[in-house]
Design a protein around this ligand. Structure first.
Ligand code: ATP
Length: 340
């Protein structure tokens, strides 16, 4: 059997389950007698040759930990010719046969840039809370992120009900609405403002609609009113939205920017299992000599898609989910009453 050297790095925003993926790669590689090298802090570690050999002992008891033992980072040098050349030189010098990158679309762009200048194999594993990659139903970390957000918003609901408050809650997702839309649905938000159902030009119209809806709710009997907002969307940000509402309705309006809490924490079962399946599959793909691919899971099957296709389009929130939300909202608005 040829002994391969597999390089692993985690890049871009960290996501819960990255450790589970690293563990799976290292353990599966050990079965093939492949050696694993982990680069520290994303592409920075590759450029600077900051790495550690990873053995099965090194990945014990990390499956339940959020973050990444290899650390993650943005690495602007990768977008320069010098940085890219340094990354490629490191791969050659360290005799790496296969580079496995766990990250999002930006990280995969880096992987494709490397591939244009290097003979080895490149494999991507979808690791991002944003769930915006084509070629996989779910990305590693997304399920944990939405569960974390749901748990937090349920708590906000309790206190918001106690004071009949309006709350604006901003969720992560960069430029994708998977988190906002799905969390909004799962928490029964009165409004979801996300990329799928809103564009910034509609801000004034939206505010008026919300104010009218709150007034109607008050006629039916007061209770809390939740507005789940996707980040990077409302003109002036979530503060502007909450200030505008405060000035228009005589109701206490709270603001919660959930932020990085969504990226941390112990991965839920779904992320641990997905990461483990994809990690093992990546080593098998490396053994078969496959390259330029991302491994994902579609309809419970592990699939391999060309890296270029995975990043060509941002995966959209399904239209029927958006429509279902509108139907449910309309229906639930008819039957509102004060929550005791
Ligand atoms: P997330 O969306 O979860 O934050 P991501 O992988 O999309 O993850 P980015 O910050 O977009 O995160 O990209 C991570 C890193 O990938 C960048 O810091 C850079 O090192 C590398 N990268 C991104 N785009 C390119 C590119 N066009 N060429 C080379 N490298 C790139």
């Amino acid at each position: 059997m040829t002994q391969k050297r597999i390089g692993i790095l985690t890049s871009g925003g960290d996501s819960p389950g990255m450790n589970a993926a690293i563990r799976a790669i290292v353990l599966a590689a050990h079965q093939f007698d492949f050696q694993c090298i982990g680069f520290i802090s994303g592409y920075n570690g590759l450029i600077e040759q900051d790495y550690q050999i990873l053995t099965p002992q090194d990945v014990q008891h990390i499956i339940h930990r959020g973050g990444t033992i290899l650390k993650s980072a943005r690495c602007p040098q990768m977008c320069t010719v010098t940085g890219l050349n340094q990354a490629v030189s490191s791969l050659i010098k360290l005799k790496i046969d296969t580079l496995i990158v766990i990250g999002g679309d930006g990280s995969f762009n880096g992987l494709l840039a490397i591939k244009q200048n290097w003979q080895g194999q490149v494999i991507g594993l979808p690791g991002t809370i944003d769930n915006d990659l084509d070629g996989t139903d779910f990305t590693i970390g997304y399920s944990t992120a939405i569960n974390t957000a749901i748990e937090a918003i349920d708590k906000i609901r309790d206190t918001a009900d106690a004071f009949d408050r309006v709350f604006v809650i901003e969720l992560m997702g960069r430029h994708s609405g998977h988190i906002a839309f799905n969390v909004g649905i799962a928490t029964g938000a009165e409004q979801i403002i996300s990329f799928e159902n809103f564009s910034p030009e509609q801000a004034q119209e939206k505010i008026i609609q919300i104010v009218n809806d709150i007034a109607k709710q008050h006629q039916q009997g007061k209770s809390s009113y939740h507005i789940v907002l996707a980040e990077n969307l409302w003109p002036g940000g979530p503060q502007a939205l909450s200030e505008q509402l405060k000035s228009m309705v005589d109701i206490d309006t709270g603001l919660c920017v959930l932020g990085h809490i969504q990226r941390g924490g112990s991965p839920v079962a779904k992320d641990r299992i997905l990461a483990t399946r994809l990690g093992v599959a990546s080593v098998h793909a490396a053994n078969r000599g496959e390259t330029d691919i991302m491994l994902g899971e579609l309809k419970s099957e592990i699939v391999s898609v060309p890296l270029s296709e995975a990043i060509m389009h941002q995966k959209k929130v399904e239209e029927n989910l958006v429509a279902a939300q509108e139907d449910i909202l309309a229906l639930s608005a008819q039957y509102r009453k004060r929550i005791p």
